[in-house]
Design a protein around this ligand. Structure first.
Ligand code: PEP
Ligand code: MN
Length: 295
């Protein structure tokens, strides 16, 4: 039994998102960027949009280092009710301005079905956060939103549950879904979450959807982000979602795990040899010619 048929029983019921003989991989178009088409697509920006200046500075910095999408939350699901909750529509307007100035496509979170229409007006890619992965009213509304969806794995969700949520979006009419491994809750406390790196090859075996990795929320500390990003490149993820801030020590959310501009630039440089290696591994190998004789 190969690994695909071993998992098939659990995953094949999610027929719209499962990998089949006819459909081994799909490409999701976000603005002019293709995700799942071979390019390692990096989405980067602050956890939350805090001001126009903060976002524009970050947008120029990450674009200059090779990011293709700008991230930034306008609606923030926070663990504490006392923490910064985001700028709302004002944040969405700032994101739009950043797209106009830099040409970067925008990925931003939507937390409730009531906000789907307004977020879809401004976003190129609709992010479902870890706390919302099983909000079926939201998933159903995203099925009808006309924008691609970035579906993050729930922090206590199995891969079957992640695939089930993807199926709900697809069943409601939206096939353009990207899966995101962002770390799961385990008994380990040294990191904020535990990056389940095996989730990437499992998902790519059982699903045709693109899979990206968020090393920032997995690690919870910035020093681990570049090495986890490297791991994502090596296991053939289709890209990354990374938090970057002009002054992480002053960030209103997730500063401890956010990279400075310089650190982000270095991370992108550091990834290049790993991306080149995986490109090389994908090239068809020349057939070895057997020249006479027995083995
Ligand atoms: C985020 O991307 O800032 C975020 C809140 O992520 P998650 O839902 O994975 O915690
Ligand atoms: Mn965050």
């Amino acid at each position: 039994m190969n690994s695909h048929s071993q998992w098939n029983g659990q995953f094949s019921c999610f027929d719209l998102v499962a990998r089949t003989c006819d459909r081994s991989s799909s490409v999701v178009q976000v603005g002019d960027v293709e995700i799942g088409g071979g390019e390692f697509v990096v989405m980067a920006g602050p956890c939350a949009v805090e001001s126009e200046r903060q976002l524009l500075e970050t947008a120029y910095a990450v674009a200059g280092a090779g990011a293709r999408l700008l991230r930034g939350g306008a609606y923030k699901p926070r663990s504490s009710p006392y923490a910064f909750q985001g700028l709302g529509v004002e944040g969405l307007k700032i994101l739009r301005r950043a797209r106009e100035e830099t040409g970067l496509a925008i990925v931003t979170e939507v937390m409730s079905e009531d906000e789907v229409d307004v977020v879809a007006e401004y976003a190129d890619l609709m992010q479902v956060g870890t706390r919302s992965m099983e909000n079926y009213a939201l998933l159903e509304a995203l099925g009808r939103c006309g924008r691609p969806v970035l579906l993050k794995r729930g922090m206590t969700a199995t891969l079957v549950e992640l695939m089930r949520s993807a199926q709900v979006i697809a069943m409601n009419g939206n096939p353009d879904i990207i899966l995101c491994e962002r770390g799961i809750r385990t008994f380990e406390t040294a990191t904020r979450n535990t990056l389940d790196i095996a989730a990437v090859p499992v998902l790519k075996t059982v699903s045709h959807l693109p899979v990206i990795v968020d090393p920032s929320h997995a690690a919870g500390v910035r020093c681990l982000v570049p090495v986890l990003a490297r791991a994502a490149a090596v296991v053939d993820a289709d890209g990354l979602l990374v938090e970057v801030h002009p002054t992480p020590e002053k960030a209103l959310s997730d500063g401890i795990q956010s990279l400075t501009f310089g650190e982000f630039h270095n991370m992108m440089d550091d990834l290049q040899p790993y991306l080149a290696l995986r490109e090389e591994a994908r090239q068809p190998r020349p057939q070895l010619l057997r020249v006479g004789g027995a083995d």
